[in-house]
Design a protein around this ligand. Structure first.
Ligand code: ADP
Ligand code: MG
Length: 670
């Protein structure tokens, strides 16, 4: 069932799969062929030359014998032949010598030496049958004729009469007769054993074969080593490519050579490097997308809830405010209803935060010079942050406008600064706020992984030297209700709101943070064209709003905060004082900075009426709105005579406040 891979090993399969084995086998095969052909050539050459020298020697012996045995043959006398023939037959390699007369009859034969000839050969030598062809050939010239068989060499030669013997008779009978041609008088047949030659050839064959095999073995070993060495980086490359396909971590392979394999390794390293980079980018993009989708979904959901919740709050406000008007202030119910109103106000603030996060909040976007709002916010921060936190500002006053709601920009700065303050609370530190214009190219945008298009941007940078954040926190900071702060200290809505506002402005936010190293927030607002038609951005006529700077004075902190938020929500820039004397001091220092004063009437040390009087003395044009309780004894006539432009009865309703403000401000402009 479970086949072990080692048990299923097939050599052919392994060979087919291993490039190394193939290369080694092919190399060894060619090596072997080369060695064998060289050996064959050498042995063939050697045996041919040995054979040739044997033939030469046989020819020599035969010719010597033909010379020395001529008389014996002529006389056909075996005794005369015995000496010369046996002298030759005694030569080591000679097997047998046979002498024939001119008719081809055997005259004399030496003793047959063992091993030279087979039985058939012995037979044929007795019969001494010289074939016709051979006879013709031997008679025609005195050259020798050789036949070679595997184990013997047969050399034939004719024996000729000396023509001079016949010449003396010719002198007497025929004067002009040419000397008679040489005449064959017999034949000599020499058998030479090839035993020695053969053993020599076999010896050669054996030795060369041995050398060939040894050389092949040594060469194979070397080939194996070399190819193994060559294959190592290839195998490494193979493993690395496999790893690259399987997992994220692609190793960098060492480059030891400058050859093709080295270049391949370099190419691979480049490839894996760029792949790794792309994977990281992909991962980053995926995270961004997931984050954006999550926030989008949360925004839709929470926005819906917030809208419904707002509808629930409206009657609570309306009826509570109406009930308060009918109850005297010293009644216990009056106080209770005030508490209801306060709680409802907190709920409304929460709803507003959620709506801001979900980008569904009221927003009066228009071309805005954010530096003005930022400076205002910083002023407020300077007053409220402890002196252990230094605030540095690097604001480029010439920054172009961006398309935004001033209240929202104010919120962004306040939220980021509050977080920075919390992060630096323990040790103190530096909060740096910078604003400047920047041109972003496509490359910048992908480098900074921003969700923007190339163009001109106004960049707001807020950095602190506080506690910083780890990656896990960093992933979640824009989630609504994500906070690392203890209950009551943080709501987790700050950055969610900032994110919503930023996205609503078609801007993008970027965070860099390291635990213990501080945090950096960068917001890129698309720069609006300076000549944007302001008519395009007329605010909703239902709730009049504005962006003027208001000095707000009320000694009751909670009421003051509520009013401030109400005003800011309407788009105004608000400087708040809970002490009327301090308010007057600030106003005296820079009366031109404010467009309007809203003050409570009943305050310790200095009433609203007195404050208005003093302020009007410093700056006769400043419009003042006085807020009074139900029972406060100041008549409209009296107030108007002192230069106060309008009255607002407490509790102040938002719509009433909005309308009064616009009337007063627009009137004073005229
Ligand atoms: N400047 C900062 N330095 C360190 N941590 C920060 C900074 N700004 C935000 N954070 C972290 O992000 C979390 C969420 O911030 P935020 O949305 O403003 O909610 P909250 O301030 O109510 O906790 C904070 O709880 C904190 O852990
Ligand atoms: Mg916060």
């Amino acid at each position: 069932m479970n086949r072990h891979p080692k048990l299923a090993f097939h050599p052919i399969d392994a060979l087919r799969r291993s490039f190394r084995a193939k290369v080694i086998l092919i190399s060894i095969f060619f090596m072997l062929i080369t060695c064998l052909s060289l050996t064959g050539f050498f042995v063939y050459h050697q045996s041919a030359s040995l054979n040739a020298s044997l033939v030469e020697r046989g020819g020599l012996l035969v010719r010597v014998l033909a010379h020395s045995a001529r008389v014996g043959i002529f006389a056909e006398n075996p005794e005369l032949l015995e000496n010369p023939v046996d002298g030759i037959a005694r030569q080591k390699e000679v097997a047998r010598v046979m002498v024939y007369n001119a008719n081809g009859d055997l005259i004399y034969a030496s003793a047959d030496r063992q091993g030279a000839s087979g039985p058939s050969d012995a037979n044929s030598s007795q019969n001494a049958d010289i074939g016709e062809q051979l006879y013709e050939k031997l008679s025609a010239s005195d050259s020798t004729v050789c036949f070679s068989s595997p184990d013997a060499l047969q050399v034939w030669s004719g024996v000729f009469s000396v023509p001079d013997y016949a010449g003396t008779e010719a002198l007497f009978f025929e004067e002009n007769k040419p000397p008679e041609a040489k005449k064959v008088i017999g034949f000599i047949h020499l058998k030479i054993r090839k035993e020695k030659l053969n053993s020599q050839v076999y010896g050669f064959l054996f030795k060369s074969g041995l050398i060939a095999v040894l050389a092949t073995a040594v060469a194979s070993g070397l080939i194996f080593l070399v190819i193994n060495n060559l294959m190592q980086p290839l195998n490494r490359l193979g493993r690395a490519i496999k790893a690259l396909g399987e997992e994220d971590a692609a190793e960098t392979i060492p480059v030891d050579t400058e050859d093709e394999i080295g270049r391949l390794a370099i190419a691979f390293n480049e490839l894996s490097g760029s792949l790794r980079k792309r994977r990281a980018e992909n991962f980053q993009l995926e995270m961004q997308l997931r984050q954006a989708q999550k926030l989008e979904a949360l925004g839709t959901l929470s926005g819906g809830i917030a809208h419904d919740f707002n509808n629930v709050l409206s009657p609570i406000f309306g009826y509570t405010e109406m009930a308060l008007e009918e109850i005297p202030e010293n009644d216990r119910l009056y106080n209770n209803l005030q508490q209801v109103l306060q709680a409802a106000e907190r709920a409304r603030e929460l709803v507003r935060q959620i709506l801001a996060f979900s980008r569904q909040g009221e927003s009066r976007r228009r071309p805005l010079h954010v530096q003005v709002v930022i400076k205002e916010a910083l002023k407020l921060l300077r007053a409220s942050l402890p002196s252990t936190i230094a605030i540095t500002e690097e604001i480029d006053e010439s920054c172009g406008p961006v398309f935004a709601d001033p209240t929202n920009i104010h919120r962004i700065v306040m939220n980021l600064a509050t977080n920075a303050y919390h992060a630096m609370q323990a040790q103190g530190g530096e909060l740096k706020v910078a604003l400047g214009e920047e041109t972003l190219t496509g490359a910048d945008i992908s480098r900074l992984s921003l969700d923007l298009v190339p163009g001109r941007y106004v960049k707001l940078t807020m950095s602190d030297t506080g506690s910083g954040m780890d990656d896990e926190t960093l992933q979640r900071i824009f989630d609504p209700y994500f906070t690392t702060k203890p209950l009551g200290e943080g709501t987790g809505m700050g950055l969610a709101m900032v994110h919503g506002i930023v996205k609503g402005c078609s801007a993008d936010i970027r965070v860099r943070s390291k635990p213990g190293k501080g945090t950096l927030f960068q917001i890129y607002f698309p720069r609006a064209e300076s000549d944007t038609d302001p008519d395009q951005y007329v605010e909703s006529p239902l709730t009049p709003s504005g962006h003027e700077h208001i000095l707000l004075v009320d000694d009751e902190v909670q009421v003051a905060q509520m009013l401030k938020q109400m005003l800011e929500h309407l788009g105004y820039c608000v400087t708040l004082f809970t002490d009327s004397r301090q308010a007057l001091e600030d106003f005296a220092a820079r009366p031109e900075a404010f467009d309007l004063i809203i003050t409570d009437q009943t305050m310790p040390h200095m009433t609203g009426e007195d404050l208005a009087e003093e302020a009007l003395r410093l700056h006769t044009d400043i419009p003042v709105i006085l807020c009074t309780g139900f029972s406060e004894k100041i008549t409209e006539e009296k107030a108007k005579s002192k230069g106060i432009r309008a009255f607002l009865m407490k509790p102040v309703l938002r719509q009433k406040m909005a309308e009064t403000l616009r009337v007063v401000l627009d009137h004073s402009e005229k």
